[in-house]
Design a protein around this ligand. Structure first.
Ligand code: F6R
Length: 600
């Protein structure tokens, strides 16, 4: 979702900004723009569509050593050139990019901007016009910026440029991510370290309600009371090659293939010197001492949470429940006396999850974040963090983060179980090793997956995924993968629920993908498959070795059944990938979606 870059230094700003925006493409966007300043003034270039379109529109003869750039994911106002950022004040003196949502923009317009003709439909334009109004009223730019920030309600990451002070970029943040990157002869601004890895790996985190004055030599951080804040920088542990596609046609395929490696990395990370599973700090104790665990997440991370809940309850014997973050904030259940909140988030920036974190911290409860991004907002604001170590996930559709989340939750549950004197009945390290090998075997069978996608999903308007127990949770994820990248309407259902309504949708040729990896419900799910085939469905059964039947379309390698979600999801990810490819969809950047959902 929206991305910001800024550069001030000695090199040509426009190329650095454009490259930075290309690195932010994965977040999802529908228009983009840059503004660069030189002795002739500020030059703004904006386009609806891809960065490639913006690049083509940029006048390559304009040289500049400072500028700001933006990818926009529309919230207020349709995706268009007009609504794309940067936005400028009426006189053209101020130029601004913004991520987030200004909730009180209508009220601010009414109170302060009655005489200003707004050019766009965005909430953002109000901010830049307000700054100009304050400057007209006699304030200098920094003070006008500060006064404006004090009036804003909602979320923002902002970079502001003042034509009369071309050596400075003014920056601020509240609830939306923003970093300042440091260099010897330059400084940069970015929503995400990946964007500016091309020039620096040294960054300074910004806290909410801080503003920063960035020049090529200095970075001055202040709070909104104008007090100076000091902050140490950190080195972003990212390898530039991690964020390249290499020889893969799509990031999604690369990330699916990385899953065996991620499994091995997770086993290594969470093992002590004796090869025993271990969790850093006192996280497992926090789970063990809780009288109930509340797992909060969105989308794919929520689906991983559903699987994780089973581990926590059945191995560690701690009651657990899973909630969609966006619902939890206004529909909070009666909490237990000693709850522990677990936030699962690949990006660590999801606004819906963060809203709940803020709420539960206010209530004085402990929180653990399981995330792929060290230093992300959800990680910083929770009491504990466990890292996924999955490497950057660029494709919008989450794949390796999902399996990494399940693996880390399994390890957390196992270590908690041990601390509570409960036996697991199997060696998790060994079983996760077997899972890694099974994942590799599955990733080697792409031709088969492509054939399944062709056979079942090329010409269909809908598809159903059915399963029972753990398989049901994986079906929810399989359906989400398929719908988000192929735009086929796909739904995951508990096998037993079909006859209570959904079966009415089954007609001749309807694809139904059924998972059968759980012995205790194998007969029942087989019965459900018979029910849908009797009504004309084109059923594709994916079963676990040992439970297979003659007509099954694909048999998964044998793994510990409770860990089966880690392998059964791989064919579903690959089938979704190929279905999207066959239908000519933009696999890595599906329409309307954003990787990092930073607005509520
Ligand atoms: C789907 C997908 C989303 C995310 C969701 C939460 O493929 O990626 O459903 O899982 O937006 O994002 P995080 O995990 O970053 O909080």
């Amino acid at each position: 979702m929206c991305g910001i870059v800024g550069y001030i230094g000695q090199l040509d700003a426009k190329e650095i900004l454009l490259k930075g925006l290309e690195k932010l493409e994965y977040r999802g966007y529908d228009s983009a723009g840059i503004a660069v300043a030189n002795e002739d003034g500020v030059h703004v270039f904006k386009e609806k569509g891809r960065i490639a379109d913006l690049r083509a529109a940029v006048d390559q003869t304009v040289m500049s050593q400072a500028g700001i750039g933006h990818t926009r994911w529309a919230t207020h106002g349709e995706p268009s050139r007009l609504n794309a950022h940067p936005h400028q004040s009426a006189s053209g003196r101020f130029t601004l990019v913004h991520n987030g949502v200004i909730e009180n923009y209508v009220q601010l317009t009414r109170e302060y901007l009655q005489d200003v003709e707004l050019k766009s439909d965005t909430d953002t334009e109000v901010v830049v016009q307000l700054i100009e109004q304050f400057v007209k009223g006699g304030l200098d730019t920094e003070e006008a910026f500060r006064q404006t920030l004090m009036l804003l309600k909602g979320s923002y990451a902002i970079a502001l440029f003042d034509l009369e002070n071309k050596g400075t970029i003014y920056v601020a943040k509240n609830k939306s991510p923003l970093l300042v990157g440091l260099g010897d002869t330059f400084n940069v601004v970015a929503s995400d370290a990946m964007a500016m890895l091309q020039v620096t790996n040294e960054y300074v985190e910004l806290m909410d309600k801080e503003m920063v004055i960035v020049t090529d030599k200095k970075v001055v951080i202040k709070n909104l009371d104008g007090e100076l804040m000091s902050r140490a920088s950190y080195i972003a542990e990212l390898d530039a090659s991690d964020i390249e596609k290499g020889t893969y046609p799509h990031y999604m395929l690369k990330e699916i293939d990385e899953q065996p490696l991620v499994m091995r990395k997770i086993i290594q990370t969470y093992q002590d010197e004796n090869g025993k599973l271990s969790i850093p700090g006192d996280v497992a104790e926090a789970v063990a001492e809780a009288d109930r665990v509340y797992i909060i997440a969105c989308g794919t991370s929520y689906h991983a949470g559903l699987v994780g809940k089973q581990f926590i309850e059945s191995w560690a014997k701690v009651p657990a429940e899973v909630h969609v973050a966006s619902e939890f904030s206004y529909n909070m259940p009666l909490l237990s006396e000693k709850p522990l909140f677990i936030f699962i988030s690949q990006s660590g920036e999801t606004a819906d999850s963060r809203a709940v974190l803020v709420q539960v911290k206010k209530l004085g409860h402990k929180a653990l974040t399981i995330t792929n991004v060290p230093g992300s907002t959800l990680s910083r604001e929770a009491d504990y963090t466990l890292l996924l170590n999955a490497g950057p996930e660029i494709a919008v559709a989450s794949t390796k983060a999902y399996t990494a989340q399940i693996a880390v939750l399994a390890i957390l549950a196992a270590v908690t179980a041990e601390s509570r004197g409960k036996a697991l009945g199997f060696d998790l390290v060994k079983e996760l090793g077997i899972i890694g090998n099974a994942m590799e075997a599955l990733c080697d069978q792409k031709d088969e997956m492509e054939m399944i996608a062709r056979e079942y999903l090329t010409v269909t308007r809908n598809a159903f995924f059915i399963g029972r127990g753990l398989d049901y949770f994986v079906c929810l994820e399989g359906a989400l993968k398929l719908k988000e990248i192929s735009y086929i309407q796909a739904e995951g259902f508990a096998g037993g629920e079909l006859k209570h309504g959904t079966i009415a949708l089954i007609e001749d040729g309807t694809p139904v993908i059924a998972l059968a990896t759980q012995e205790h419900v194998n007969l029942s799910i087989r019965g459900n498959v018979k029910e849908v085939t009797a009504r004309g469905a084109n059923a594709c059964v994916i079963s676990l070795k040992g439970l297979e039947e003659a007509d099954d379309r694909f048999v998964l390698p044998e793994v510990q059944p409770e860990l089966a979600p880690l392998v059964s999801v791989i064919p579903l990810q690959l089938i979704a990938y190929y279905a999207a490819l066959h239908r000519g969809c933009d696999v890595d950047k599906p329409r309307n979606l954003a990787k990092s959902v930073t607005v509520e």
